[in-house]
Design a protein around this ligand. Sequence first.
Ligand code: PEP
Ligand code: MG
Length: 717
Amino acid sequence: MKADRGVTQDVELTADDLKELAGQFKAEYKSKIGQDFPDDPKEQLMGAIKAVFRSWDNPRANVYRRDNDIPYSWGTAVNVQSMAFGNMGDDCGTGVAFTRDPATGAKGLFGEFLTNAQGEDVVAGVRTPMKIAEMEQKFPEAFKQFTEVCKTLEDHYRDMQDMEFTVEHGKLYMLQTRNGKRTAQAALQIACDLVDEGMRTEEEAVAMIDPRNLDTLLHPQFDAAALKAATPMGKGLGASPGAACGKVVFTADDAVAWAEKGEKVVLVRLETSPEDITGMKAAQGILTVRGGMTSHAAVVARGMGTCCVSGCGDIAMDEEDKKFTLAGQTFTEGSEISIDGTTGNIYGGIIPTVDASIAGTFGRVMAWADKYRTLKVRTNADTPADAKKARELGAEGIGLCRTEHMFFEEDRIAAFREMICADTVEEREAALEKILPYQQGDFKALYEALEGNPVTIRFLDPPLHEFVPTEEEDIKKLADAQGKSVEDIKTIIASLHEFNPMMGHRGCRLAVTYPEIAKMQTKAVIRAAIEVQKEHADWNVKPEIMIPLVCEVKELKYVKKVVVETADAEIAAAGVNLEYEVGTMIEIPRAALTADEIATEADFFCFGTNDLTQMTFGFSRDDAGKFLGAYYDAKIFENDPFAKLDQTGVGKLMETAIKLGKPVNNKLHVGICGEHGGDPSSVEFCHKIGLDYVSCSPFRVPIARLAAAQAAISSKH
Ligand code: PEP
Ligand code: MG
């Protein structure tokens, strides 16, 4: 209708236009529902109430809840109240405001206002609103009262408030208030300011920050030099900070489809609506033509930590043909673009990004977290670079080094394949001799990166067939290297085939069949430790050797014997003193259930909750994704048990293992290194059941530190 009438604002439509529009909506209703739109206000009200309750179960609500750890069982509520109208003339208006800037955390009123409008116009972003300060000129009395109310509310809730209000014929009505959503940067700033203002204690400040949010602080920013050299072709509002570059897509479905192909995408929309949530999640960044800082796109992107530029009105959008023009350039699906969610600048092409730098408030809050937490935080790292990054982010050790990840480089894999395809122990040992120096060098670099903090090296875990060549050319190379025929190699490869490799010849089963692998890895670990100990006498270098996928104490005992004999011989030959530990992963239900036996042979337990989840549920960790969607739809599951620890079942096995293990070995230390080690609610559970540490990927280390502190603080109160 607006396009038809050549206007841009709802209020520019005439009463007749609106009548016509209402008629069209009624006809649409009848064609869809099969009956007239009800005239009875009670019926209308009941319809509206039912719609709110129904909304609890729509697909986007389910996705949102899963992302935000909100249980389905909570249900929702409906308030019915009389309406204040912001659209009854020029002495009316409506607005949304925060008591502090939700992007930066700076103290001071921040918000938007529209005259002669309803709240929907502000939040849906159909009109670009004015800044809240301009309300002072238009409605001085209401504005004065509003600022007083803001202070009252913030003092009461002792947190930044997000408020909606309406002015009806000059009179202020407060519609709602809640603790405002904020960027991670703002969350840290506000927490520090509230402590400095005497409103909150350090512990309360730590408890206020959503650990998952911190992730966004670690997101990339544009490379400064490249950014300086680039000229923006347009500007919108910097609605959610960070930098994004990628290929332009125009619909949420396209965003998901391109992202699944491994492409980075920027979702460009006129405005976003809740239907776009999956696309927004898949995108590196979001760019909208309409909408202010409180529009759907801005609020949702900030919540997700995704970069967003909103309200770039200069874009001429053609949604139908999937193209837009800006500054004379036309962009179609797949064109490249970069957006800066801090400045609002938009650039053609790709501007390279660099890792984010961490601001001062981050360090301050992390220091508080470290003061209050008791759970240690380690990292899962296989390379010195990952280990260094994790150290910078506060990791206190390596909880898992997956040694199989160290074999994939060209020259290493060749030696490794020779080892797999060896016919005799001698042939195998010869191949292992070639691998040993690589491993030793890697382990040394890890010890150096960790500067005397604990390093757990896990012995080889994956099925051997993952390493064998598949290309004809590589098979020939291997045959030549080993003086075998191509046919021989193919027969060996065929013999390695497994129907269910995840439950097959992997983990300590490899060391049981080929003890020489464990021997080589032990030599590499111990020799590296001895070298580092010599160079850094002040570090406490104490290797922790971890045996994976143990299900039976005798199995551990068998492999441990190989490790201990080899390690002791190495230490004796070097004429040094070196302590080391041999522990096990607990990742098979039988290991948890017989932990009292296993603990007699283990210096430590580390829960491999990826495999423990797989085997407790009987869900293949590689394939569960294919059917979990149906489980969410049927409300059988609310979360992916591979991401969020199943405390009821898998958690019970963990508790059982601790209860059985600790009494027989009072030195036993216990950690977790499955994916759950970086998930806040799982970290809380680990604290509760008495783990010593969690171990997670480097970028999740700050999240785990904060979650561990929150768990300690909440269990105290
Ligand atoms: C686990 O199973 O949880 C684990 C950490 O080992 P991986 O993921 O390497 O099997
Ligand atoms: Mg495992």
